[in-house]
Ligand binder design. Structure first.
Ligand code: HEC
Length: 135
């Protein structure tokens, strides 16, 4: 009996270490994705600050960061053509935002910011719909 308990103990203890899909590993990955995704929010808040205070450098810097994030492997949460299309559409708006800021075109940058925000919402709607069908 003691032997069985010992074997069970070892089995339980090692699955946590060896099984790559352990809940803890999945949780840590989810945390990483969450941190990565929240960075988008920080950058877009900074862009809004730049628009409100006519700080073109701030707009250009943070919209460029958003473009870079959209190219990162952490961004590729879903491997679907629709997700790729939405990512590309998003990137076009963040690039327009940077271009407008570099040209010191405040109205153009503000418009691009609104268009970019629509892309945030559009992609999140899509991601939620995929998650719903998976449940
Ligand atoms: C092409 C798709 C796409 C675009 C565009 C996009 N996101 Fe996301 N976003 C995601 C995905 C995928 C997640 C993760 C959803 C999940 O956890 O299941 C996410 C999650 C988030 C989260 C939640 C993070 C958390 O877990 O706390 C925030 C905040 C966020 N995004 C902000 C933004 C902002 C701001 C923009 C626009 C500037 C944006 N996103 C554009 C795909 C996108």
């Amino acid at each position: 009996m003691k032997k069985i308990i010992a074997i069970l103990f070892v089995a339980v203890a090692t699955t946590g270490l060896l099984w790559p899909q352990s809940p803890r590993a999945a949780e840590e990955r989810a945390d990483d994705v969450s941190t990565f995704m929240r960075a988008k929010l920080e950058h877009s808040k900074n862009v809004l600050e730049g628009l409100a205070t006519e700080d073109f450098d701030l707009i250009a810097k943070d919209s460029q960061q958003l473009t870079l994030l959209s190219l990162d492997s952490d961004w590729q949460v879903l491997q679907t053509p629709e997700y790729a299309r939405l990512s590309l559409a998003f990137r076009k708006t963040s690039q327009t935002l940077t271009d407008s800021a570099k040209k010191k075109n405040l109205d153009g940058a503000t418009l691009a910011y609104v268009q970019m925000t629509l892309k945030c919402v559009e992609c999140h709607k899509y991601v939620r719909s995929v998650e719903m069908t998976r449940l």
